[in-house]
Design a protein around this ligand. Structure first.
Ligand code: GLV
Ligand code: MN
Ligand code: MN
Length: 410
């Protein structure tokens, strides 16, 4: 067990400092993937990593790798990472807390003059959120061989701008083939984004795995019609059909409570004019459950419900299931090292399953991977009010530091 401790005040200050890149009026952060704010925070990170003595490289997915030499640089690096992108009304911690905890670990080792045996790498994965470009966890997905690079490059935002072109525009389209880079292990710290740790007064979650997720895009087509002259029975109102489907999505999730969660978070109504009966609606469904069998059962219920509601509403509905990730477990040795580090540091800890998606989920397919959760205030996340405490983050970063050191000594 190392006696090293991170500087919690410096870590907190660093997070507050970087929250200016994309700051919103309510004190949150809007730093959509490959936006100018994303470029600014990346430039900041690259500068700070170089100042900490790291060699920085960028791969073809725009992922940033900052490498700190070890005693034996022929060994594969032990990596620490997360993401710098946010939701449109995101907070100051989702993602960047993991990257900056990693930076704090490197700074702490530098100050102590501690050289690990294996090199260390700090990573910022591009497009974890999947808000501007879908699917989420895009760069980590290409890294793990789940997606092809050109599939990612072709992903378009709502204005038709392509991921590949935007990556070049902000100057982060690197040369190295993404899946060619190899890691020895990967650790990610994240705020829990749920209420469990705070409620139970626990400082550290040793993340054992993640629940399964499915994303859908549903297009409902009725008929545009005059709002003043079209009698109610003669309408083929796509918005009304969509509203019925939204209520039914909620009912299906409630039928499988408490573990199922389903969300309609993005709706586009056309032509979006107050005196036109809407002829077309596009909406998304985000569906999650920790048990693959139940997830597949809900999938069937959702498909049947959409078809039946469309029939009853005299509209057409097209459902596309555009992203899936099965429930998964992290590496047993990595989970144990997180538990042990928390225990030795005297922090109350428990095992926990992640309700959110993380880059670690894809990286775990190719590299031994573990995750550390710290509590956040009232479990609020994907919200400008997202908050945590300096002492929680310091505890998490200390667990991260000691987990990495223990892995290095193995
Ligand atoms: C990632 O932020 C997710 O939606 O789980
Ligand atoms: Mn995140
Ligand atoms: Mn998020």
């Amino acid at each position: 067990m190392s006696k090293l401790q991170v500087n919690g005040e410096r870590l907190w200050h660093t997070i507050m400092e970087t929250a200016r890149f994309g700051r919103t009026e309510k004190g949150g952060v809007c730093r959509l993937t490959l936006s100018d704010a994303d470029r600014q925070v990346r430039d900041w990170l690259v500068r700070e990593c170089r100042a900490a003595g790291c060699d920085v490289s960028i791969d073809e997915m725009g992922t940033i790798f900052a490498r700190r030499s070890g005693k034996d640089n022929t060994l594969l690096p032990i990596a620490i990472g997360s993401h710098l992108d946010t939701q449109p009304s995101g907070g100051k911690f989702d993602g960047i807390a993991g990257v900056l905890s990693g930076l704090e670990v490197l700074r702490t080792l530098n100050e102590a003059g501690y050289t690990t045996t294996a090199p260390l790498e700090l990573i910022d994965w591009t497009n974890e959120e999947g808000s501007r470009f879908q699917p989420p966890m895009l760069a980590s997905g290409v890294f793990a061989g789940v997606f092809e690079r050109d599939f990612a490059y072709a992903s378009e935002d709502r204005d038709g701008k392509k991921f590949g072109a935007e990556l070049a525009r902000i100057g982060y389209r690197g040369e190295r083939r993404c899946p060619d880079h190899k890691l020895g292990a990967y650790f990610e710290l994240h705020i829990e984004q749920g209420p469990v740790l705070e409620k139970e007064g626990i400082l550290i979650g040793a993340v054992t795995g993640m629940q399964g997720q499915k994303w859908y895009e549903i297009t409902v087509t009725g008929q545009d019609a005059h709002a003043g002259t079209t009698p109610m029975p003669a309408r083929r109102d796509a918005m009304v059909a969509c509203a019925r489907m939204v209520m039914a999505v909620q009912a299906i999730a409630l039928d499988h409570s408490p573990l199922a969660v389903a969300t309609v978070g993005h709706v586009v109504v056309r032509p979006n004019s107050r005196n036109v009966v809407p002829g077309s609606v596009f909406f998304t469904v985000d569906l999650r459950h920790p048990d693959e069998k139940v997830l597949l059962q809900i999938d069937q219920e959702l498909r049947k419900m959409v078809a039946a509601t469309a029939r009853d509403s005299d509209v057409k509905a097209k459902l596309v299931n555009n992203w899936n990730v099965a429930p998964m477990e992290f590496n047993a040795d990595c989970i144990n090292r997180v538990r042990n580090a928390a225990k030795k540091l005297g922090y109350r800890h428990r095992d926990i399953i992640s309700g959110a998606g993380h880059d670690a989920v894809y990286i775990a397919r190719v590299v031994p991977t573990g995750m550390i959760f710290v509590p956040c205030e009232n479990g609020i996340s994907h919200n400008e009010l997202e908050n945590t405490r300096p002492e929680y983050l310091a505890a998490g970063a200390n667990v991260l530091l000691n987990t990495v050191i223990s892995y290095d000594q193995k």
